[in-house]
Design a protein around this ligand. Structure first.
Ligand SMILES: *Cc1c(COP(=O)(O)O)cnc(C)c1O
Ligand SMILES: [Zn+2]
Length: 416
């Protein structure tokens, strides 16, 4: 017997066998994994005895062959929940934690979703895997495909950060840069996956893929002593992972692992993108076509789960933040300066968003808050270089060191 019962349409409820498929034939709605709860057998003790990675939650994930899951798991997750006391006191809140996914094997949270989807691809015995990526998924899929011994086809907009392409190339996949933005790359990748019958993790394997993000919820609650936090602050691109994190807490409650899986979910997105705007202005999620943001990994103008993410945020009693590019840079610096965690602009968006939510009164002073930091700063160091000044060099002499302040002042005076 298997723990995945079927795929179910989120819109009309039509059920499909658990195969390679992501949209409903009847209404084009997205499909979701429906579990057979009778087949899920897990406990706090079993999890605590498990591997120190997301593999400890395999009983809660939609993979059939647990061996193939272990084979492709590069050691993702079970990242230490950091107590962010310095940042909390700077922001004026009580209890703040950081789930730091910048330390995953390919340095972003995408390893969680990719590990599940590639294991599922092995379940289905496909000839190749692939994805459309805003940057981080590219390297994650390439890494997992390398481990699984499968060819990988990676479609990306040609505007993404050079460092992300460099990292991806190192794993030696078939890389296909596409003129245009993410939505263009995604459209082409969808046709290619269809044409060749390949398993593209965030396209036709998407129902399984999104389930991987639930492990962020599992890890946060386990490390809080088997208790959900009051409030989670999460970045949004398509909005899929925010939904999956919320679902993760609920599934823990259903499985008897925690008492209460209701969590306020707040989403953060650069101000040019539509989900946060829809929440803040109480309007529909209207796709945008021409947009520019430093946070390339969040840059999706037509977010597949935008509508659902907005509803989930509002239903949960959360809210949305919409920082500007300048605020995103300040967010990166604030996190590094207070907590010693160096994140890319997606994380800067989340920290700037947290600050905005606190200032606007959307975070209660006594709440337990978890902030999900989803990517590593080295992924976008070229972006950040424009905002940080390297000090002038000095001669290797003590007096030069002692006088460097005066020298700098004199130079600044002269410059005026
Ligand atoms: C993909 C990604 C996200 C969130 O993506 P969703 O599509 O909303 O699930 C967040 N942060 C980083 C760094 C990402 O790469
Ligand atoms: Zn349907």
């Amino acid at each position: 017997m298997t723990k995945v019962d079927c795929l179910e349409c989120r819109e009309c409820g039509k059920e499909y066998p658990p195969e390679i498929r992501n949209t409903c034939e009847a209404c084009f709605g997205p499909l979701e994994v429906k579990y057979d709860h009778g087949e899920i057998d897990t406990s706090r003790e079993a999890i605590e005895d498990g591997p120190h990675s997301i593999a400890r939650y395999v009983d809660l994930l939609p993979v059939e062959n647990e061996e193939s899951f272990s084979e492709v798991d590069l050691g993702t997750g079970f990242n230490k929940l950091l107590e962010a006391d310095n940042l909390a006191s700077e922001l004026g809140i009580d209890e703040l934690y950081i789930l730091n996914d910048s330390v995953n094997p390919s340095f972003s949270f995408k390893d969680r979703v990719t590990a599940v989807a590639v294991a599922r691809a092995l379940d289905f015995d496909v000839d190749a895997v692939g994805c459309a990526s805003t940057g981080n998924l590219a390297s994650s899929v390439a890494a997992h495909a390398a481990k699984a011994g499968l060819p990988a086809y990676i479609f990306l907009p040609d505007s993404i950060e050079k460092s992300k392409i460099t990292q991806t190339l190192a794993y030696d996949p078939e890389i296909v840069p596409v003129h245009g933005n993410y939505d263009d790359a995604n459209r082409l990748a969808t046709e290619v996956a269809d044409e060749h019958g390949w398993g593209f993790v965030n396209i036709n394997l998407r129902p399984y893929y999104t389930e991987g993000s639930s492990t962020m919820a599992f890890e946060a609650a386990e490390q809080l002593g088997w208790e959900a936090p009051d409030h989670v602050i999460h970045p949004m691109a398509a909005g899929a992972s925010l939904l999956s994190v919320q679902r993760g807490f609920r599934r823990m409650e259903e499985a008897g692992l925690i008492d209460d899986g209701d969590v306020r979910m707040s989403g953060c997105q650069p101000d040019v993108l539509p989900i946060a705007q829809a929440v803040r202005n109480d309007e529909a999620v209207v796709p945008v076509q021409d947009y520019e943001t430093l946070a390339h990994s969040l840059a999706i103008g037509s977010p597949a789960d935008g509508f659902y993410a907005k509803e989930a945020i509002l239903d949960s009693g959360g809210y949305a933040a919409d920082p500007s590019d300048d605020e995103i840079i300040e967010g990166i610096k604030l996190l590094a300066r207070t907590e010693g965690v160096f994140t890319e602009p997606a994380g800067g968006t989340t920290i700037a968003g947290l600050k905005q939510l606190v200032e606007e009164g959307h975070v209660e002073e006594d709440e337990t808050v978890v902030v999900n930091i989803t990517g590593n700063g080295l992924k976008a160091d070229a972006t950040l270089q424009n905002y940080l000044d390297v000090p002038e060099s000095i001669e290797a002499r003590l007096e030069e060191f002692e006088n460097r302040g005066a020298k700098q002042e004199a130079e600044e005076l002269e410059a005026r």
